[in-house]
Design a protein around this ligand. Structure first.
Ligand SMILES: *[C@@H]1O[C@H](CO)[C@@H](O)[C@H](O)[C@H]1NC(C)=O
Ligand SMILES: *[C@@H]1O[C@H](CO)[C@@H](O)[C@H](O)[C@H]1NC(C)=O
Ligand SMILES: *[C@@H]1O[C@H](CO)[C@@H](O)[C@H](O)[C@H]1NC(C)=O
Length: 271
C-alpha cells in the first residue's frame, strides 16, 4: 500500500511487542497475581469456580462489559475485516443506509488502509479486534498491551481517531485482560447472538442457511425478549458476507439496528 503511515508497524499476523512507553499506562492496573491462561494455543480454564471471570468458558461478565443492546435494539457488528470481501458488505451498508460497528484486526488495517478509511468515512464505528487475533488470556501483559495498542494506533494513523471498543478474539477475556484494557481506556464488547458464520468458509459441513434460520428465530423472539441483541458476524468470506446481506431485512423488521456505541450511549472514539 502507498498509504502514508506515520508509524512503522510490527509483522502482520504475528504477536507483537509493545512500545516501552505503553507499559507505563498499565502501571496502576490491577494485574499482579493473575495467571496467564495456558500458553501458545488455546486458553485453559482457571477452575470450575471461574475466579477470573472468563467469558469464553462460563459466559461470566463484569459490569463494564458490553454484551447486549436495550430491548428492541440490535447492535450490528462484523469482525476480522477489512478483507477482500469487505467492499461488498460496505457497498450494501451504504445502499441501505445502515451503520455498523466494525471490529478490525490491526494487521488488516495496515494491509487495507483504504478500506478502513472508507468504512470510517461511511460513518461506521471502527473498533479493535486485536493485532494478530490471538487468545488474549494466553498472552503476557506486554503482549496484551501490544495487541490493543498497535490496533488502536493503526486505526488512529488511518482515520485520526482512537477507538474505545475492543472485542476479544473468541470472546476470550478474563479479569486480567479486562483490567489491562480498562487502564488503556478501552471497553470490551462481547455478544449475545452468534451466527457462527465464521464456519461458512471452511467446507466443514456448515450449512449457511442455518444463519438465516437463526436470525429468523431471533426476529421472532423480539417481542418477548427482555433485552435486545448484539450479533456476531464476520466479513471474512464471500459466504459470510452474502449471508450478512441476506439476513439484514429480517433483523431490520424486528429491531432498530445500529452500531453498539449508539444503543449503549457510549462514545466509540476517545477524541
Ligand atoms: C484486584 O483484583 C483481585 C481479583 O479480582 C481482587 O480480589 C482485588 O480486590 C483487586 N484489587 C484492587 C486493589 O482492586
Ligand atoms: C442455528 O445455527 C445452528 C448452527 O450454528 C444450527 O445447528 C441450527 O439448526 C440453526 N437453527 C435454525 C433454526 O436454523
Ligand atoms: C410472547 O408472550 C406471550 C405471553 O406470554 C405469548 O402469548 C406469545 O405467544 C409469545 N410470543 C412469542 C412470539 O413467543
Amino acid at each position: 500500500s502507498t498509504f502514508p503511515f506515520k508509524e512503522s508497524y510490527p509483522v502482520v499476523g504475528l504477536k507483537a511487542k509493545p512500545k516501552p512507553e505503553w507499559m507505563d499506562l498499565i502501571k496502576s492496573a490491577n494485574i499482579s497475581g493473575f495467571p496467564v491462561e495456558g500458553k501458545n494455543g488455546a486458553p485453559s480454564q482457571a477452575g470450575a469456580d471461574d475466579p477470573y471471570c472468563d467469558w469464553s468458558f462460563t459466559g461470566c461478565t463484569r459490569p463494564d462489559d458490553i454484551v447486549s443492546c436495550p430491548k428492541g435494539q440490535w447492535g450490528l457488528t462484523y469482525d476480522d475485516g477489512p478483507t477482500d470481501f469487505s467492499s461488498k458488505l460496505y457497498d450494501y451498508l451504504d445502499q441501505s443506509k445502515q451503520k455498523a460497528t466494525l471490529f478490525l484486526i490491526g494487521g488488516q488495517v495496515v494491509t487495507y488502509p483504504d478500506l478502513t478509511l472508507r468504512a470510517f468515512k461511511a460513518g461506521h464505528e471502527l473498533a479493535m479486534h486485536t493485532w494478530s487475533h490471538s487468545y488474549l488470556t494466553t498472552l503476557t501483559n506486554d503482549e496484551v498491551v501490544a495487541e490493543l495498542m498497535w490496533t488502536a494506533t493503526a486505526i488512529k494513523d488511518v482515520t485520526g481517531v482512537t477507538p474505545r471498543f475492543y472485542r476479544p478474539p473468541y470472546g476470550d477475556i478474563d479479569d486480567r485482560v479486562r483490567n489491562i484494557g480498562k487502564a488503556l481506556g478501552f471497553i470490551p464488547v462481547i455478544w449475545n447472538h452468534d451466527t457462527n458464520d465464521w464456519m461458512a468458509g471452511e467446507g466443514n459441513g456448515f450449512d449457511v442457511e442455518w444463519i438465516d434460520g437463526n436470525v429468523t428465530q431471533w426476529a421472532n423472539e423480539a417481542a418477548n425478549a427482555t433485552v435486545g441483541g448484539i450479533s456476531l458476524e464476520h466479513d471474512l468470506y464471500q459466504k459470510s458476507v452474502d449471508a450478512a446481506i441476506r439476513v439484514m431485512p429480517t433483523l431490520q423488521k424486528a429491531y432498530r439496528v445500529m452500531p453498539v456505541g449508539e444503543c449503549t450511549g457510549q462514545q466509540a472514539y476517545k477524541e
